[in-house]
Design a binder for this molecule. Sequence first.
Ligand code: NAP
Length: 521
Amino acid sequence: MSLERLPNYLGGRWISGTGTPTSLFDPVLGTALVQVDATGLDLKDGFRFAREQGGAALRALTYRQRAELLAAIAQLLQKHRDAYYEIALANSGTVKNDSAIDIDGAIYTVGTYAKLGASLPDAHFLREGEPASLAKDAAFQSLHVQTPVAGLALFINAFNFPSWGLWEKAAPALLSGVPVVVKPATATAWLTQRMVKDVVDAGILPAGALSVVCGSSAGLLDALEPFDVLSFTGSAETAATLRSHAAVTRLSVRTNIEADSINSALLMPDTRAGDATFDAFIKEVAREMTVKSGQKCTAIRRAFVPAALFDDVATALRERLAKVVVGNPRNETVRMGALVSRAQLSAVREGLSQLQRHTRTLLDGNAAPIVDADPKVACCLGPTLLGLDTPEAVEATAAVHDIEVFGPVAALLPYADLPRGLAQIRRGQGSLVASVYGADDAALARAALALAPGHGRVHVVTPQTAALHTGHGNVMPQSLHGGPGRAGGGEELGGLRALNFYHRRTAIQSGPSVLTQLQET
Ligand code: NAP
């Protein structure tokens, strides 16, 4: 039986590729599901349509009108939620709670931007502050305005968040008045394609406002023009290729990169084994290692603990992780599903064996039983905890600070004192998030500020917040996502800050009579 070939949506119409399609697989059962192919698409023409039709129609609306479109999209996605869960189960091999992070996380993010947009002026541009006087008596002034960029937003996304990865970018772009072309990672493109299809079929957005290209990325960057923006999420290696493309180097296409990150969690020195802080740390490290089988850019990869607590933490983590049932997410006892593909499983095994050359294995995920699935077929691996025994070993070892294993793998690392612990965190060379667990508010605040320059987000957990915090790895639309250095140097979300990327800031200089008219436009 031939598989359905998912059409692309570009230039305001559905088009199938004309080349050899690529199949998408169920990572638990190994069965082929659907196919994608972008061969033969006229990308330049499709991008022109998005800019000219989609962009113009979106910019003709005000922020509040576009916020209403987002509210309608959130409602529509909610209506089709069950179908998205089925696709996620089949194509990503995730348990329901993990699919929720991707699907419900996306709906929540779109809904949040709909609400934020309703608080914006009913206008077509944003003014920044008050005019600054450039001459005597304020007769000549400078007013900074932000107008939506005049091009399109191209999103090249990673495989691990086919739903949230689309909407955390598309919500602020569409609210800004910028048309979107999304190219999902091939392995999990189905869910992205289905969501775009539902929104297109519902006729919520103007023609050209939302397009999807599934399959090869060939030619996408060649079709970019100077006023477009590019947002990439994926590996540092691909990011480097994109950064060197002429669209970026010669046309100055504004680019946002979200890449690898060796995120950390740190248990403060005043913790005692078994106290509330200790328990919160154990719970969160175990959760971060296993949610989405560790395929989260924000997952904890390095867990720093006071040297005196190393054995207690190792024991508690081992006990907790050993209880995680791994296997077919269709079985209701299973808590952790599969990695996304055989290729990803091999990459994780390869990265793991590199790390194992430098560390001790405290819990071996290869030994975990795989429930209700054929281990030769299913892309499953149990949680794997590595460790180094002494602070000196942590300081002498580069691998744990350098190698991102994108799976259920973390390293437990002892530190001698807090300054040295914080210095080891900095060896990650810039991360998306660090979390700190303690009970001394002043010491926690100092640690948070010390970590801030190297991170996009610092997540501080105290006994008072242990039951209500949003999670080390959960990206909330109100908070900034992105990190410096190795994490890509990007910034996303953070409430209305996200709109900056999709706007051009301009200083308009004139007398007050003209500037007043601008405010009335
Ligand atoms: P990847 O291999 O770099 O792929 C990412 C995207 O880039 C995919 O859509 C891929 O398409 C596309 N691509 C590959 N080569 C390209 C090229 N030469 N030109 C243009 N596009 C190209 O990354 P991945 O394996 O999907 O994702 C895992 C990585 O993403 C991890 O390292 C993780 O840390 C990172 N990540 C970061 C964040 C964050 O927010 N910082 C979030 C999630 C993941 P194909 O799939 O068709 O190859």
